[in-house]
Each structure stands twice: as structure tokens, then as C-alpha cells.
Design a protein around this ligand. Structure first.
Ligand code: ADP
Ligand code: ASP
Ligand code: MG
Length: 424
């Protein structure tokens, strides 16, 4: 008998029929003798719809109210799922994040979990019931207000509960069969990975592969929680995210490349005509950081000798575009740049693989694949196990497919299946 944490994403509980299908799965695990804790997301695109609704009421919703609004989505799915499980003759009780003991800091909309005290969940399991927990939410103990963990945060709830309960595994059920070498919505012949290391999964998630949210992978690595990403629509084995070898003492040869990720959520700001003297870059990025904006890539042009001026470009989340631009404009007189250019029609492609540390020629092959496809590279950045490039947004899909093929990642077997979801 094991303690299993299962998480079902929005596309797996999109309507009543899906909720009943998930309930059957949960009941089967319970009847097989396991202790089962289930974390659920809001139904389908509920969270997006609630955000749209708030925008219709006011352009600037107060963050506290926004979090109260968004936590409602998961309360609907958790109670409906508990009812559906009950209907199958299995005891089940649902809990909000607060009731489940998910304690966070005070940052509305992007709260971090600081502690998990799941005594009510333990009690429920001890009584022989299934415990259902609303994902993506917690409580700030200072104000007693509910908080949300940021988009995709139910994955983090699941891993945090699995760590705290010392679960045997955390199963993340979604609308594809696991983690693939690229998003199957863009590359139909992407290949499913049987295993992937925490480091590679971290880079994939940080680079836009939203099948797992970045924070949940950070959490899993810190506490050594094995994650099994799989489909709620089939019984296929999915992808194991772990650093454990497949079998005791087994040495598996690492493929050089784990996959290709893409991200359309960033924008680029170019600060034009910056005096090329020490301290200007520091000022620019102090101002941007002061506005609470995280930046990603940075490129500085060679300065034009005659003018002593240079351009500095950087990327940031498009949702922070207005804040970043406003902060820089306010400080234009003291920084002394000529103008700002804002571009939100960019895309980012990232190639990830632990093997690139020890294999020369990976960048050369990446750039050649993009050149052959006629795709221009605007910015480049690297880590030990990742190379990222910025392209035009409308050539990103083509770029991903070209790179996937160039690195021989295309599957020769059946096409990857996307079972549900709207891709929103
Ligand atoms: P859920 O609602 O279950 O949380 P998400 O939409 O957050 O599901 O994540 C699943 C989606 O992630 C898939 O439908 C797929 O389009 C996307 N995705 C992006 N990159 C990958 C990848 N490398 N492997 C698998 N899925 C990916
Ligand atoms: N419902 C939330 C979202 O759509 C959390 C999640 O699904 O993980 O972002
Ligand atoms: Mg998700």
C-alpha cells in the first residue's frame, strides 16, 4: 500500500463527464488499497474566464479581491469531484488550500509556499477517506487572507503536499501522455521521454514547457519528490521526473538533448542611445528591478565610436511590459537615453540537454538549422545545459520544428496525442 498524491489539471476536469471519469480513476486507486490525496485545478479555462470577467468590471482589480475570485475556480472542481467519488461508494472530503494547511507568504497572485501543515489531510486519510485539495491556493497566516500561487500553481500544491506527507509518488495527470521532446501541439512527431532529470525539467519549465510549472520542479528537486507526468485520458505510463537511476546500479547513457521548448509570453525593450559610460547599465536595470520586473535576456550593442552611444535590449514578461516601460520613461532624464522601443511580437526557442556540457558543436548545429529554415536570430543566451534564441513570434513554430528535426528528435512511431484542453 502506498500514499499517492494525484493532481488533475483543468483539461482533465473540464466538464461533468470528465469529473466522473477522474472520480472513477481515484476510486480505483483507493480500492487498490492506497491512501489517495487528490489536488484539482479549476475546470477547463475557468481561471482565464474569471480573469476576463474581472477585467470587464475594472481595469485594475485589487490584488486581494483577485485572489479571492480566482480561488473560487478550484473550490468548484474540488467539491464536484468529492461528490462524484462519493457517488461511486468511496468516502471523499474536499478542502480549500487553507483547510489543507498550505501556508504562504503575502504576495497576492504569486505567493510562495512557506510551510505545509496537513493535519486535516492526515486525519481524513486515517479515517479511510480520499482527501481532495483545491490547487493553486493557500493562506497568509499574518492577514488570514487567501492567496494564489501564480498560473499553473496546482502542480506546486501537489508536490508540496507530496513532500509534506512523504508520499511515495506525485502523479501529475494532464492532457498529453507525459513530457515530450517538444510541445506536441506544435511538433506532432515529438517523442515522449521515459525519464528526465530535475535539472533538465527545470530548464524546460523555465523556458516555457508548461506541462509542469517551474516552482513545482524546484520544490520536487529540493525534497526529492519523484513526479510521474501522465495522461488522465489513458492508462499509459508517462514520464518520470527524478534523479534516481532506472534500476539499482544502472548507468543509462544520457541523450545529448532532452528537448526543445518555446515561449511566446515575453516582450523586448530596447533602450536606444545610452551614453556608453560605466554605471548606465546598472541604472537601467536598477530602475527595472525597482518596478518589480524580472528580466531574462540582455544584449548590448557595440557603441558607435563617433557618438559614444550604445543600445541595450532586454526581454521581460509581456505582462510586465507596461510597468517596465513606464519606469524607464520616468527616469529618462537621469539615465540620459534617447528613446525606447517596445516589441511584443517576439518568440523564444530553447534547446535543453545535460549532454551539451560535454559535446561540442551543439550551438553550431542549432544556428545552422535556423539558417537553413531562413529564420533570423535576434538575441542569444546560454546556461550550462541550455541555449536560447529570440526570433520573430510568427516564425517560432517553424523554428521549433526545424531544430527538433535537426537534432534527430522526431519520433518514427505514432504521432503524439493531445487528448483535451484548448491550449490557452
Ligand atoms: P493542465 O491543465 O493539465 O495543467 P497544461 O495546459 O498546464 O495542463 O499543460 C499541458 C500542456 O503543456 C500540453 O497540452 C502541451 O500543449 C503543453 N506542453 C508544452 N511543452 C510540452 C512538452 N515538452 N511536453 C508535453 N507537453 C508540453
Ligand atoms: N487554475 C489555475 C490556472 O489556470 C492553476 C492551475 O491550473 O494549475 O493557472
Ligand atoms: Mg498546468
Amino acid at each position: 500500500m502506498a500514499l499517492i498524491v494525484q493532481k488533475y489539471g483543468g483539461s482533465s476536469v473540464a466538464d461533468a463527464t470528465s469529473i466522473k471519469r477522474v472520480a472513477k480513476r481515484v476510486a480505483e486507486a483507493k480500492r487498490a488499497g492506497h491512501d489517495v490525496v487528490v489536488v484539482v485545478s479549476a475546470m477547463g479555462d475557468t481561471t482565464d474566464e474569471l480573469i476576463d470577467l474581472a477585467q470587464q468590471v475594472t481595469p485594475l482589480p485589487p490584488q486581494r479581491e483577485m485572489d479571492i475570485l480566482l480561488t473560487a475556480g478550484e473550490r468548484i472542481s474540488m467539491s464536484l469531484l468529492a461528490m462524484a467519488i462519493h457517488n461511486l461508494g468511496v468516502e471523499a472530503k474536499s478542502f480549500t488550500g487553507q483547510q489543507a494547511g498550505v501556508i504562504t507568504d503575502e504576495a497576492y497572485g504569486k505567493a510562495r509556499i512557506i510551510d505545509v501543515t496537513p493535519s486535516r489531510i492526515r486525519q481524513t486519510l486515517a479515517q479511510g477517506s480520499v482527501a481532495i485539495v483545491a490547487g493553486f491556493q493557500g493562506v497568509n497566516p499574518t492577514t488570514n487572507d487567501v492567496t494564489t500561487l501564480g498560473r499553473g500553481g496546482s502542480d506546486t500544491t501537489a508536490v508540496a503536499l507530496a513532500a509534506s506527507l512523504m508520499a511515495d509518488v506525485c502523479e501529475i495527470y494532464t492532457d498529453v501522455d507525459g513530457v515530450f521532446t517538444a510541445d506536441p501541439r506544435i511538433v506532432p512527431n515529438a517523442r515522449k521521454l521515459d525519464r528526465v532529470s530535475y535539472d533538465e525539467m527545470l530548464e524546460l519549465a523555465a523556458s516555457g514547457a508548461k506541462v509542469l510549472v517551474l516552482r513545482c520542479v524546484e520544490y520536487a528537486r529540493r525534497y526529492g519528490v519523484p513526479i510521474h507526468v501522465r495522461s488522465s485520458f489513458t492508462t499509459h505510463t508517462g514520464t518520470l521526473v527524478t534523479d534516481q537511476p532506472a534500476a539499482e546500479g544502472e548507468i543509462v547513457e544520457q541523450p545529448i538533448i532532452a528537448g526543445v521548448a518555446h515561449d511566446r509570453s515575453e516582450a523586448k525593450i530596447t533602450v536606444v542611445g545610452v551614453p556608453d559610460v560605466p554605471g548606465k547599465a546598472a541604472r537601467i536595470f536598477q530602475v527595472v528591478a525597482g518596478a518589480g520586473v524580472n528580466i531574462d535576456m540582455i544584449v548590448q550593442n557595440v557603441s558607435v565610436a563617433a557618438t559614444g552611444l550604445t543600445d541595450i535590449s532586454f526581454t521581460l514578461p509581456a505582462t510586465d511590459g507596461a510597468a517596465g516601460t513606464a519606469a524607464l520613461t520616468e527616469h529618462q532624464p537621469d539615465i540620459g537615453f534617447a528613446s525606447l522601443q517596445y516589441d511584443d511580437t517576439i518568440g523564444k526557442l530553447s534547446l535543453i540537454g545535460a549532454g551539451m556540457k560535454s559535446h561540442p558543436g551543439v550551438s553550431a548545429k542549432l544556428f545552422a538549422a535556423l539558417a537553413d529554415a531562413g529564420i533570423n536570430i535576434e538575441m542569444i543566451s546560454t546556461s550550462e545545459i541550455r541555449i536560447s534564441v529570440v526570433t520573430r513570434a510568427d516564425s517560432l513554430d517553424e523554428a521549433v520544428r526545424a531544430v527538433h528535426t535537426a537534432f534527430e528528435l522526431d519520433s518514427t512511431e505514432d504521432e503524439a496525442v493531445v487528448y483535451g484542453g484548448t491550449g490557452r
